[in-house]
Design a protein around this ligand. Structure first.
Ligand code: KIV
Length: 284
């Protein structure tokens, strides 16, 4: 447990108003959440990127509501004070406003999260408005939206030409009007992100979209060398935990095969008298 105060929507809005950068990270299980909590990170996203980072899928589309609920429950237990967001997985909100409200409600009731996130612009404004009307805070997600990666032509920067950038600006406005409490901009050019940030009355969070947003997001596994397939340009490695763990595992293999592990401090004993009695009972 830490002595931090619970992060709330008003405390996030105060940070934005004060010009104090908001910190956000993805997180997928209890042990990671405990560290994130101790570091005092404001917003924790249980992203459907867990399909890639935790489950080894090539993308996020196979992730289910049940996957998301299970992981979000673990993260909530490890990080009770952060503002916790559950990421709505593929096809949990796209089919209808009703499916969006029902699944957002499942997240809130079954995990104790504080909010949900969904991907998409003006075309998702009715889902956003429906969830908001149900009393559930929703974050929008524009730019590179991994659930639409096929339609977007791959994992690439979005809004590099004026027309596409204008669409992202308009989408941000539509989401804000629909009631989003915040918008994440993923892989949008820095000056487009700055322009949206200037015009926004809700916090804009950047993932690879430059320094002028109200806050920054990174993916946990990218920050610590834990994702073996690739490292995106926008990810700064803050420590190579992957290397530390791999070296530890190699040493473990060497010590077990070399009979250096375990040592007496790593096992449990029994009194001589009790051992004698056991052997006697076995006729030895
Ligand atoms: O699933 C996720 O982690 C996300 C981030 C890429 C923003 O949605």
């Amino acid at each position: 447990m830490t002595d931090r105060k619970k992060v709330t929507l008003p405390s996030l809005m105060r940070k934005m108003a004060d010009g104090s950068p908001i910190t956000m990270i993805t997180c997928y299980d209890y042990a990671m959440a405990d560290l994130v909590e101790k570091a005092g990170i404001d917003i924790v996203l249980v992203g459907d990127s867990l399909g890639m980072t935790m489950l080894g899928y090539a993308g996020t589309l196979p992730v289910t509501m049940d996957d998301m609920i299970r992981h979000t429950q673990g993260v909530r237990r490890g990080s009770p004070m952060s503002w916790l967001i559950g990421d709505m997985p593929y096809m949990s909100y796209q089919p209808s406003v009703e499916s969006a409200i029902r699944n957002a409600g499942r997240f809130m009731a079954e995990t104790g999260c504080d909010a949900v996130k969904l991907e998409g612009g003006a075309e998702m404004a009715d889902r956003m408005a429906g969830i908001t009307r149900a009393g559930i805070p929703v974050m929008g997600h524009l730019g590179l939206t991994p659930q639409s990666v096929s339609a977007l032509g791959g994992f690439r920067v979005q809004g590099k030409d004026a027309a596409h950038a204008r669409k992202i600006v308009d989408d941000a406005r539509a989401l804000e009007e629909a009631g989003a409490f915040s918008i994440l901009l993923e892989m949008v050019p820095d000056r487009v992100c700055a322009l949206i940030t200037e015009r926004s009355s809700i916090p804009i969070i950047s993932l690879g979209s430059g320094p002028q947003a109200h806050g920054q997001l990174l993916i946990f596994h990218d920050m610590f060398g834990l994702y073996p397939r690739f490292k995106p340009k926008m990810a700064k490695v803050f420590g190579n935990a992957g290397e530390v763990i791999l070296n530890g595992l190699k040493q473990y293999v060497a010590e077990v095969t070399g009979r250096q592990f375990p040592q007496p401090e790593h096992w449990f004993g029994i009194d001589d008298g009790q051992m004698d009695e056991l052997k006697r009972s076995l006729g030895e």
